[in-house]
Design a protein around this ligand. Structure first.
Ligand code: BGC
Length: 753
């Protein structure tokens, strides 16, 4: 059942605990993941741990096309399912004290403490074994992307000498738990043991799909009080062994620095290895403190811009900071070739690197919390994959472009028919993000130069995918899956039809504004789009005054989630798929997702009627769901519901609401807590290029504040007993507050409405 399961203490800046969770170890590992946008890893222990564990280290943009595995092959399926693959395990050590191997699943220990310091981006662990206290600090540098540092401090707590032995390795014998054919994806190209450490170079195995093979090389070097004894090379591993005697009451340090380079940044094996050496030399000159300081400074810069401060509620505070920390650890917009995978560097599930989540959920946050180039790069990422999107449409026998549900290159690599073929609403999110960027930034250069081409191809897709119903005299879209994946093959999903209609109209309007003759759109084609847009069927129920999720939704046995015994939840872990599909229960915002996107087009009465009808049937078993509900509830003045949904989105992983965080964190939905605060509680809108706020203050908070970057103006928004807008830099800005226009020149203070 959906009960909160919080294994870490409540703290505004830290994820900390005094417990080693044996049964919930995977959950503990997920929640202590770290990353720097280039690489990252789960909170695996460095030393041997023989208990249940999911070992995972990932390098952004490195993936493998795993052969598709399905029961019955259906035409149109992609040949492979791309997977973010487990990379070399470079944190690995074997540790022994006085000849006894340390393995916390077996070795008796005391004083366990683990802490992820989100302010500094440092993972720390401490415990005592055989009279020695061991402290381990680890970070993936956000200042030096190829660098990961681990430092062990051994403190003798008794009067005896202790002999400490460390065997430090880089291990390429790793696997993906979700590998379709139990294949391992790495082969070793080269390795070497040298005076200052050792390195190994690997390459992804051959694949029959012509997909680029990636090279990763990793090199370990050391600093500290230990002496090297032996070095060893095995088929898939290089290791260096060190030894030291720990005198009574004394302390010893051992630091492992790892540099990771890949063929994504360097052209071939020679360059990858050369860079490995050069970068190792570069960090050699710096102390641990210097490397850490540069890393901490960069986190401080990020927090200075992005931190959301919630006063009077540490639980809520921890939630939003955890989300921002993990989101930025995954993606901070430095590399335009990358995108935001649903699991980031924290697990394997979901395979791909890019979902519609990026456009629908991440773009709005990056628009306000990063340089405009970052959101523009996210849009360009899709522009660069337009050819592949056209290929995807062709695979379905359709014109135009169909953006993929899951991808690395733009080619669809998801292989469940109800999603690959049917969850086509994703195409609408691509177009919406173009609108969102243009409307928020006021910069129409992307729309004019690249976006229009994308819009035209998406419109061509919709124009081919609809059919005309003579019976109703309307255009319809049959056989789809809406955002609610708990129903498939439905006809006239209101959300999908609404988006298709909107995309066609937005494309026509934009073509009117920006002449792009090179796009070769005929008058007939445009006229046809207009006819479709004007005559799109949008299911509506007069009696209930609601938009109908799809043609037969109201014929279902309608009931509320509250009518179910809690033991049924989450449904996806307790019910057969057949039972789920036939039920009325909704996985995530569907009609309400549309109302959220086009919030300016609906009246409060319409919003209320739909919210009150759909929300009680929604189980929020997609992490993307609660934030949208929180935003709408706040707008509708349903403060308690808005707060409940905020907690659910902000603490989804920390409290393991959906009982699946052990598989990895829900990275893309981590924008949800920020959206719930900024677009929900503060009601920040930018309809028709007008910035507006209409804040409410949840009753269990004393205050909250955040920054937004709006068209070059950095604005601090604080909501307490009053709303305070403080211009931190940039031009004066005209803001609509509770319907009244105010120019923020310096500071504006207004009573809450
Ligand atoms: C959701 C999708 C989402 C995907 C990745 C699924 O559970 O239903 O909407 O794109 O997760 O986050």
């Amino acid at each position: 059942m959906n009960e909160k399961k919080n294994i870490f203490d409540i703290d505004p800046w830290k994820i900390k605990t005094n417990q080693l969770y044996l049964k919930e170890h995977r959950l503990q590992e997920s929640l202590t993941s770290i990353g720097n946008g280039y690489m990252g890893m789960r909170g695996n222990f460095e030393e041997k741990y023989s208990g249940d564990s999911h070992q995972g280290t990932y390098i952004a943009g490195v993936w493998f096309p795993d052969k598709t595995r399905v029961g019955w092959w259906k035409n149109g399926y992609p040949d492979y399912f791309g997977k973010a693959i487990n990379a070399l395990n470079f944190i690995k050590i074997n540790l022994s004290i006085d000849g006894k191997e340390i393995d916390l699943a077996k070795t008796p220990f005391t004083n366990f403490y683990q802490e992820l310091d989100m302010k500094r981006g440092v993972l720390l662990r401490r415990f005592q074994v055989f009279g020695v206290e061991i402290k381990i600090e680890r970070f993936a540098s956000v200042d030096f992307k190829e660098l990961a540092v681990i430092k062990w401090t051994f403190q003798n707590k008794d009067k005896k000498h202790h002999c400490i032995e460390i065997n430090s390795s880089i291990d390429a014998n790793v696997e993906n738990e979700d590998s379709n054919y139990d294949e391992k994806f790495w082969q070793v190209l080269d390795k070497s043991s040298e005076k200052d450490g050792s390195w190994i170079e690997t390459q992804t195995i051959n694949n029959p799909f012509g997909v680029e093979q990636f090279i990763i090389a990793a090199r370990q070097s050391y600093v500290g009080d230990f002496s090297k004894t032996t070095q060893k090379q095995e088929d898939f591993q290089v290791s260096d062994t060190f030894i030291a005697t720990l005198e009574p009451e004394k302390t010893l340090c051992f630091e492992k620095r790892v540099i990771v380079t890949t063929s994504r940044d360097y052209k071939d094996s020679t360059e990858v290895k050369q860079a490995l050496e050069e970068l190792t030399d570069k960090v050699k000159k710096q102390t641990f403190e210097q490397l850490l300081f540069a890393h901490e400074q960069e986190w401080e810069n990020r927090w200075n811009l992005a931190d959301v401060v919630i006063e009077g509620n540490d639980e809520s505070q921890q939630g939003i900071r955890f989300n921002l920390f993990q989101l930025f650890s995954t993606y901070y917009g430095e590399d335009e070739r990358l995108n935001i995978g649903p699991k980031g560097f924290t697990g394997e599930k979901y395979g791909g690197a890019t979902y519609w989540d990026t456009e629908a959920y991440a773009v709005p946050l990056y628009l306000a919390l990063a340089k405009p180039e970052v959101s523009k790069n996210l849009l360009k990422y899709r522009y660069n994959q337009l050819a592949q999107a056209k290929h995807n449409a062709r695979q379905q026998g359709l014109k135009g472009a169909l953006y993929p549900m899951v991808t690395f290159t733009g080619v669809e690599c998801h292989n469940e028919w109800e999603i690959t073929f049917e969850e086509i609403h994703r195409n609408g999110a691509m177009a919406y993000a173009i609108y969102n960027y243009t409307n928020y930034t006021g910069d129409d250069s992307y729309l004019k130069n690249e976006g229009l081409e994308v819009l035209v191809e998406i419109s061509r897709f919709w124009a081919d995918r609809v059919h005309f119903s003579k019976n109703m005299g309307k255009y319809m879209i049959h056989g789809v899956t809406g955002p609610n994946e708990y129903e498939n093959n439905v006809n006239n999903n209101w959300y999908t039809n609404t988006l298709a209609k909107w995309v066609l109209q937005y494309t026509i309007d934009s073509l009117q504004k920006y002449l792009r003759e090179d796009l070769l759109i005929t008058k007939d084609e445009k006229n046809q789009w207009q006819v479709i847009a004007d005559n799109m069927y949008l299911p509506f129920d007069d009696k209930k005054g609601i938009f109908v999720q799809h043609d037969t939704f109201l014929d279902k046995e309608l009931m509320s989630v509250k009518d179910l015994d809690a033991s049924n939840l989450p449904l996806n872990q307790n019910w057969s798929w057949d039972k789920i599909l036939r039920s009325c229960f909704i996985k995530q915002a569907d009609v309400l997702q549309g109302i959220y996107l086009f919030g300016n087009d609906y009246t409060m009465e319409e919003k209320k009627a739909n919210f009150e009808f759909y929300e009680p049937m929604t189980v929020h078993e997609s992490s993307l769901s609660p934030s949208i509900h929180s935003i709408l509830a706040a707008e509708l003045g349903m403060e308690e519901k808005a707060f409940e949904m905020y907690e659910r989105t902000a603490r989804l992983d920390l409290d393991n609401y959906n009982n699946d965080t052990q598989d990895g964190l829900h990275i893309t939905s981590m924008t949800g807590s920020w959206l719930a605060i900024v677009q929900g509680f503060a009601q920040m809108k930018t309809w028709n290029e007008q910035l507006s706020f209409a804040p409410i203050l949840p009753k269990n908070w004393a205050a909250y504040s955040f920054n937004i970057n709006y068209r070059g103006t950095l604005l601090n928004v604080r909501v307490a007993d009053k709303l305070t807008l403080l211009k931190k830099s940039g031009k004066d800005v005209l803001v609509n507050i509770y319907g009244k226009k105010v120019v923020v020149k310096d500071k504006v203070e207004i009573n809450l409405g």
